[in-house]
Every structure is written in structure tokens, then in C-alpha cells.
Design a protein around this ligand. Structure first.
Ligand code: C2E
Ligand code: CA
Ligand code: CA
Length: 493
């Protein structure tokens, strides 16, 4: 039996008689051996994919500086611990530890010393927490601790122990450095029952501790100004969707093989009458939690498709990509609504692309699968957005009828400076291609990154290096002047 010209084994078949098989039977047996080898090859490729996918996953879950789990794994732990706590009736505590004046230390001593300090901090915190909980590094100088059980008294005792780990100075290149930390604490289920909400509340608690000059604080709803502000904003957003306060910006996507524009992403902004331009990060999650995401997405789809049909009539036929939220995937009538919208605009399914984050899909994989299958059958290209920031592996996502993945900007931005990110980008591209998926890299901020992606065989690039998201007129001017939109090639340096 051979795979790619190499013998991998021998299939032996014996008979009592000599010359038991005639020529035709021999041919059949040889074919059977060939089929077996083909099947074994398939199994080995699948095993290699699962292994590669697991490796990427592992690399994505750890912080390469301290060796601690990163925010991704912390959120995964939290989700898992909450599921277990529901069954056992246990409570949980989340703590966010933030260093005082870390930026100053970094600026004064250099980032190498800053990195050294973070390593030392992570070792001390881990030792102080011990068997009582799990420690992760979320970002920069922020660490998170998950305590798996205990009453307020026990939690307070552990918190004091962690803070006392900062009492002795840190030795950095012979200098004794005094470093202090502040801790914010949120409790499950008292302060929330979902990952994002709890993560926000430990953050609010940490800031509450800072403003009141305490070393640590439990989340206090009555001091959470954010909640009040968000309520007001939600009211105003409802009016904004109906009125004319939302606008779409368009960001170009470049085909790396031809160096030309191959599409664009529609990104929503809110022109608030008093506060000015509000970025989507500040109101999308609000819309998701207040039942406004459906009208908002309808508005975005309608505006993007109308604009794209104006451009098509002017001779510019490029697909426009729209972002969907988890809740949109629960709308059973979404495929019908989209098909109606496309018809109204005289557009075919290839003029629309949909971007969906992996966490949105994993929110309710069964109903996502149903909706995505219909959209896919319909001919609309589906992209997994922010790939690498969720919990799922590529081999799982491949079961969804998707066409492409967008590697998250955090990896792409870092890859020219950080070997770990470069390895993640490289192996994600290889694996996605093996699985028959196209790859888009977002967050391309330098020529170096652009060239690196091209060398890796990545299909499409998007980022500030090429063009920022722009309002309609500016986008049109950009197109008319940009080297990316002519056959002149790769454009700006
Ligand atoms: P996203 O879908 O990942 O969109 C890409 C974001 O990265 C955009 O931020 C874009 O301005 C930014 N970006 C693009 N190139 C670069 C780069 O080279 N470097 C850096 N650092 N950033 C870059 P934006 O427009 O603020 O949107 C943020 C997020 O808001 C989007 O992330 C998307 O998740 C959400 N969003 C935007 N519009 C909509 C919408 O219409 N519906 C829904 N559901 N979500 C939306
Ligand atoms: Ca997107
Ligand atoms: Ca993205």
C-alpha cells in the first residue's frame, strides 16, 4: 500500500491453493489495497489537522511573556466554572489586579525591565493565590484571578494575601522598586451571570477602588456611573436608529494576488447630536443587550446594499461586507429578509458578504448552523470574524458552512514584532487553506505586514496601511486616487 509514492504497509492475503487468484482478481485486490491506502491517508490528514488546530489553540491561549493563561483562557475558565457552579450552587469571585504607575516604570526603565517586572509580579501573585484559584494575564499590567469558592470573608483574606505580596520591593537590575497594586472584585452570581458582564464589573470595581483610594473593592452597583450612562444612551440609540443619526463608513479590502480592491466592509458609526461621533464598540453591545440590534442590523443592511447598488450603477461592482451579531443568527426570517432586500436593490447574492464572530456562532451553534446553511445555499459568502479571539477550534468551525476566516487584528498587528503571533498567523493560514477556507488578514498597519502576508499566501488584506474606514464621499475619492484601485499594483509604501 502506498501513499504519495511511499510504501506504508503490506496487505497480505493467503490461500490454500497456489495461483488461487487470476489476473482480474489480482487487479481487484490491488485496487482494494489502493483504496485502503487512500482511506488511511485521509485519516492521517484529519489527525494532522486536529493536532495543528489544537496547537494553534494552545498558542492562542497563553501569554508568551509570563507563561500564564491569557484573557481567552480566563474567559473560557469562567464560562466553564459558571456552568459547574449552576449545578453545584457554588459562587465564584473574579478579581482584576492592576499595577499602579506601571506605564511610568516602563517609560523610565525601558520595556525590558517592564517585562521583567511583569514576570516577577506573575510569579508572586501565583504563589499568593496558590491552590485557591486560577491566575491569568489579561493584557498589559492587568492580571485576573478566579476564586472557585468561598464566602466574602475568605475572598477578602485571599485578596489581602495577594496584596501583601507587593510589600517587599521588586529587584530590577540592582534597583529596589516599590510597586503597588489595586484589586477589583466581582461575584458570581450576585453581580452577573454572563462572562462579558462580569468582566466589565470587575473592571468597574477596580476603578472604584482606585478613585476611592482603597487597595481593593467589591463591585458596588450604586457607584457604577456606567450603568446609568448606558441606560440613557440606550434610550437615545432607539431614536438614533429611527432618525438619521447613524452613518456607514467603508473600509477597502485588497486581493493580495492582484494588489487591487476586491471589496469593502461597512462599519457603523453614530453621529450623536451632543457627543459627536461614537464608535461602534461603545454602542453595539448596548444594542445587543437592549433588543436594538435587530433594527440596527436592518438599518445597516439596507443602507449598505443601497449604497452598493448606487456604486454598481456607476460601474463599481464590489461586494460589501456587513457584520452580524449573535442575536441576528437567531432570527429565523433573516435569510428571507436578506433575499427580499437583495431583490429590492436589484443585487445578486455575490454583492453581499456577512461577517460573524466565532463567539456569535458558538452562542447557539444549532440555530447558527440552520441560518448559516440557508444563507450559504443562497450564495452569500460567510466570513468568521476576529478569528483567534473565541474559544472554538478551526476544525470545529469547519463544520459550519463558512467560506473564509478573518484573522483577528491583534495577531496581525503584532506578527512582525512577536514570533508567537507570527507563528499563529502562519499556521492559521496553512490550516485554513488545507480546510478549503479563504483567509483575510485584518489590522494590516505596515508595509512589512503586507509583504509578510503576501509571502505566506494569504488571500486578502485589510487595514490602516491600505485605507481606514471612510465615509462615502471620502471612500470614493480614495478609490479614484488610490493605486490599489488601478492595475498599477501594490500601491503606497
Ligand atoms: P470588526 O468587525 O473587527 O471591524 C474592524 C475594526 O478594526 C474596525 O473598527 C476598524 O476601524 C478597525 N481597523 C481596521 N483596520 C485596522 C488597522 O489596521 N488597525 C487597527 N488597529 N484597527 C483597524 P470599528 O469600525 O471601530 O468597529 C469595531 C467593531 O464594531 C467591529 O469590529 C464590529 O465588531 C463592530 N461593528 C461595526 N459595525 C457594525 C455593524 O454594523 N453591526 C455589528 N453587529 N457590529 C458592527
Ligand atoms: Ca468585521
Ligand atoms: Ca474583525
Amino acid at each position: 500500500m502506498q501513499i504519495d509514492g511511499q510504501v506504508i504497509g503490506v496487505l497480505s492475503i493467503c490461500s490454500w491453493e497456489s495461483d488461487a487468484f487470476d489476473a482480474e482478481e489480482m487487479k481487484l485486490l490491488e485496487e482494494a489495497a489502493g483504496d485502503l491506502a487512500f482511506g488511511i491517508r485521509g485519516l492521517r490528514i484529519r489527525a494532522a489537522h486536529v493536532e495543528a488546530s489544537d496547537t494553534i489553540r494552545r498558542m492562542m491561549s497563553y501569554d508568551s511573556l509570563t507563561g500564564l493563561p491569557n484573557h481567552l483562557q480566563f474567559e473560557e475558565w469562567l464560562q466553564r466554572s459558571m456552568n459547574e457552579a449552576v449545578a453545584s450552587g457554588h459562587s465564584l469571585a473574579l478579581q482584576l489586579l492592576d499595577l499602579d504607575r506601571f506605564q511610568e516604570i516602563n517609560d523610565a526603565l525601558g520595556f525590558r525591565q517592564g517585562d521583567q517586572l511583569l514576570k516577577e509580579v506573575s510569579a508572586r501573585v501565583r504563589a499568593a493565590v496558590g491552590e485557591n484559584g486560577l491566575v491569568a494575564r489579561l493584557r498589559g499590567d492587568e492580571f485576573a484571578i478566579l476564586l472557585l469558592e468561598g464566602d466574602v470573608g475568605q475572598i477578602t483574606a485571599i485578596t489581602r494575601r495577594v496584596l501583601s505580596a507587593f510589600e517587599s520591593p521588586f529587584m530590577l537590575s540592582g534597583i529596589a522598586l516599590e510597586v503597588s497594586a489595586v484589586i477589583g472584585i466581582a461575584l458570581y452570581p450576585q453581580h452577573g451571570t454572563e462572562v462579558n458582564g462580569l468582566m466589565r464589573k470587575m473592571d468597574v470595581a477596580m476603578r472604584q477602588a482606585k478613585t476611592s483610594g482603597e487597595r481593593f473593592a467589591f463591585y458596588a452597583a450604586e457607584r457604577d456611573e456606567d450603568t446609568a450612562r448606558r441606560m440613557v444612551l440606550a434610550q437615545q440609540l432607539r431614536r438614533a436608529i429611527k432618525g438619521d443619526e447613524l452613518v456607514l463608513y467603508y473600509q477597502p479590502k485588497i486581493d493580495l494576488r492582484t494588489g487591487r480592491v476586491c471589496g469593502m466592509e461597512a462599519l457603523v458609526r453614530w453621529v450623536h447630536p451632543e457627543q459627536g461621533l461614537i464608535p461602534p464598540d461603545e454602542f453595539i453591545s448596548l444594542a445587543e443587550h437592549t433588543g436594538l440590534i435587530k433594527p440596527l442590523t436592518d438599518w445597516v443592511l439596507k443602507s449598505a446594499l443601497r449604497q452598493s447598488s448606487v456604486w454598481r450603477k456607476a460601474g463599481l461592482s464590489l461586494p460589501v461586507a456587513v457584520n452580524l451579531s449573535a442575536r441576528n443568527l437567531r432570527e429565523r426570517d433573516l435569510p428571507d429578509k436578506l433575499s427580499q432586500l437583495l431583490r429590492d436593490c436589484g443585487a445578486g447574492p455575490s454583492s453581499l458578504e456577512l461577517e460573524i464572530t466565532e463567539s456569535a456562532i458558538m452562542d447557539d451553534p444549532d440555530s447558527a448552523l440552520k441560518v448559516l446553511t440557508r444563507l450559504h445555499e443562497f450564495g452569500i459568502a460567510l466570513f468568521i470574524d476576529d478569528f483567534g479571539t473565541g474559544y472554538s477550534s478551526l476544525s470545529y468551525l469547519q463544520r459550519m458552512p463558512v467560506d473564509a476566516i478573518k484573522i483577528d487584528k491583534s495577531f496581525v498587528r503584532d506578527m512582525t514584532m512577536n514570533a508567537n503571533s507570527a507563528a499563529i498567523v502562519r499556521s492559521t493560514i496553512t490550516l485554513a487553506h488545507d480546510l478549503g477556507l479563504k483567509v483575510v488578514a485584518e489590522g494590516v498597519e505596515s508595509r512589512e505586514a503586507y509583504d509578510f502576508l503576501m509571502a505566506l499566501g494569504c488571500g486578502v488584506a485589510q487595514g490602516y496601511q491600505i485605507g481606514r474606514p471612510m465615509p462615502v464621499r471620502e471612500f470614493e475619492t480614495w478609490l479614484s486616487q488610490s493605486p490599489w484601485s488601478s492595475s498599477r499594483g501594490r500601491g503606497r509604501g
